[in-house]
Design a protein around this ligand. Sequence first.
Ligand code: PSU
Ligand code: MN
Length: 305
Amino acid sequence: MSAAPEQVVADEVAAALAAGRPVVALESTIITHGLPRPRNLAVARDLEATVRSGGAVPATIAVLDGRVHVGLTDAELARLAAAEDVAKASVRDLPVLLARGADGATTVAATAHLARRAGVRVFATGGLGGVHRGAAATFDESADLPALARTPIVVVCAGVKSILDGAATLERLETLGVPLLGFRTRRLPGFTQVDGGQDLTWRVEDAAEVAAVRRRADDLGVTAAVVVARPVDADAALDPVLHDRVLAEALAAAEAGGVTGKDVTPFLLDAMQRGTGGASLEANVAAVTGNTALAAEVAVALAAG
Ligand code: PSU
Ligand code: MN
């Protein structure tokens, strides 16, 4: 184990990074705030296995006892998955958690930041955070967006979470200068939805093309993330009519309940899961799994130089 005072890098991850072999970072908020127990642990393990079968080393990232962990042991993964009250940690929460010796499950923003800091160049997640519906009044925009703007990594996602305002999020990604590539599509995917409703400027066909874009971004000093939006497979997507009905109910419940801040996204995703009888959960898992397989391909292509 390679250890700095504030960070523990798993042996396997440290060895791969030192040798320039492919590594894929995975987030931990999905484990603690996205998926129900005990499914969360099974999915976390499956995602790591997916990275391995793609020829890369998985590095699930979390804060445990006030230290950043880049790559978790199975016991650490199980501890996180079983925990009841782990903090959802975006970048701004990290210093507090470290100062207090606390645990934290990292969001897209925090995972990207910590992955890049450790030298990991590729990160797989489900749907990006972004601009919430009604943000013109609430100012609720995910810290994922500014983090993507300043973190030179590749993020493979299924587009923007469908609970959000996809059009507004697309505008913000443009303003923030974040390269955004549709993976074999010219439409912005909506997480559990194949088509979130907006057109994309750029379409790529394979992992090699993504790696080439990242390399050219580095050459040019473009320090934003390269975001790859891969649509969930059509046969695994959530039925759009069911999606729209349940989302309307979930948004109304959030409003009625006065849900704000970092609780909004977990609240809405949980309401979607319950309201769809678990169908949105299956679509979520399918999306993350497909993204993780693609991220391994991208990491392999980047490591090939
Ligand atoms: N996936 C889930 N549940 C979540 C998230 C993902 O199933 O809560 C997290 C991601 O980590 C993402 C975060 O970065 O939600 C965005 O939250 P916010 O809108 O508060 O920025
Ligand atoms: Mn928010």
